[in-house]
Design a protein around this ligand. Structure first.
Ligand SMILES: Nc1ncnc2c1ncn2[C@@H]1O[C@H](COP(=O)(O)OP(=O)(O)OP(=O)(O)O)[C@@H](O)[C@H]1O
Length: 386
């Protein structure tokens, strides 16, 4: 099955399951992928119609179906985009003279459709890496090469978007700001009007379009930044702590959005994001880099290329009402090497030969009360252990 056919099948399944909120997002993504005013108009009129007709399910289904068929037959002709390499970093070092902190050497590359997660404790170089990748900081050593086409420095900056942790405030309404952003990238007239409506709806900002910066919560300010990013049609998005200030549900929505946007068969883009939400980031990213004192811990640099390391241990994180002593006793049969407890959560380290099944069997046989369990043998979580 081709990439487009799989995409098509997944989206039609949403129609079958009547998951209209998600379907609407996908439909807007496909509309943006067409880059055609006639489709922008059709989808915006569907959005307007939906606002007045939320209960007529048969008609809603019919309209979604017609538009989806239309979009797919257009995009099928356009064809999917071959994924290309966007960026190559070779032995990057960034040293600050004032604080004696040095990042790197780091080597990595990123292609269209790929998401790289950056994790690590505070002050270990995540922001420094992102700011170096976007050109805001000049490397002390090493090379960063952008492999996509760009006309000049301004064009490069518009295709390479960096969203910092603390974004600048803005004046006026959310709608007028997005219209202004689009205009500053040469998107004018009817295209501007429709495109802005689409990205507003895509980011769930329709009900907030007339609000100003002060009236938006931090989560909605982040959505505004993402809407602004979409208007600029970037190749590479570098984003610092996008999940900070978001509730758990909003975090999952934003991460799903990142995946959908990065992995579009028609306009894929590369994303590098930093976060403290380890497990959420691991679920979403294709690769995760753990930085400690400026060094990637889970990658070996061989001939300038990062190779990701595996650990030779079986490590589990769990929560239980049992005391350490009782747990040590029963897990001794699995040759327990180390048991730590922090913040009410246990981390148990066993030899590599221990399997998850054997661990769970011991739990069942001994009726150990388990409130939570996660195999972290391959998670960057293990680097946070003391
Ligand atoms: N402009 C600067 N001049 C000197 N030192 C700096 C500068 N910016 C950052 N540092 C230092 O570099 C180190 C790494 O900082 P950085 O902001 O990259 O870490 P981080 O992993 O993003 O941290 P956090 O999770 O807290 O955002 C810190 O020790 C910081 O104090």
């Amino acid at each position: 099955m081709s990439l487009i056919e799989t995409h098509y099948k997944n989206i039609y399944q949403l129609l079958e399951y009547e998951d209209y909120p998600n379907l609407l997002k996908k439909l807007i993504d496909l509309t943006l992928d067409t880059e055609e005013l006639s489709f922008y108009q059709k989808t915006v009129s569907l959005l307007d119609w939906l606002e007045q007709n939320q209960t007529n399910i048969t008609e809603i289904r019919k309209r979604f179906n017609v538009l989806l068929d239309d979009l797919f037959s257009f995009l099928q002709k356009k064809g999917s985009k071959q994924r290309e390499k966007l960026l190559v970093v070779q032995n990057l070092i960034k040293a600050y003279t004032q604080s004696h902190f040095a990042l790197g050497p780091i080597s990595l590359d990123i292609s269209e459709g790929e998401i790289i997660g950056l994790v690590g404790e505070n002050g270990n170089g995540k922001t420094t890496l992102l700011r170096s990748l976007c050109g805001e900081l000049v490397p002390t050593n090493g090379r960063i090469s952008y492999l996509f086409d760009y006309k000049d420095e301004y064009d490069l900056r518009s295709q390479l978007i960096y969203i910092p942790q603390r974004t600048k405030d803005w004046h006026g309404s959310l709608l007028s700001n997005l219209q202004f952003t689009a205009a500053s990238y040469g998107i004018l007239g009817e295209v501007n009007e429709h495109l802005v409506q689409l990205v507003i709806a895509r980011m769930g900002l329709r009900g907030y379009r007339h609000l100003n910066w002060k009236s938006l919560s931090s989560g909605y300010k982040m959505r505004f930044e993402l809407a602004r990013m979409l208007l600029r049609k970037p190749k590479l998005l570098l984003i610092d702590e996008p999940l900070a200030n978001l509730d758990i549900l909003a975090q999952q929505v934003v991460l799903d959005d990142f995946r959908d946007i990065a992995k579009s068969p028609f306009r894929p883009l590369g994303i590098v994001l930093s976060s403290q939400q380890l497990y959420e980031v691991e679920k979403t990213s294709d690769r995760v880099i753990f930085l400690k004192k400026g060094q990637p811990q889970n990658a070996d640099i061989k001939e300038g290329v990062a190779e990701f390391k595996e650990v030779a241990k079986f490590i589990v994180e769990f929560e239980s009402d049992w005391q350490q002593e009782e747990l040590r006793k029963v897990f001794a049969t699995l040759s327990l090497e180390n048991l730590q407890i922090k913040g009410g959560t246990y981390i148990a380290i066993f030899p590599e030969s221990t399997s998850q099944e054997r661990f769970l069997q011991i739990v069942v046989d001994n009726r150990i009360p388990l409130n939570y369990f996660r195999n972290i043998s391959n998670s960057t979580r293990r680097f946070f252990l003391s």
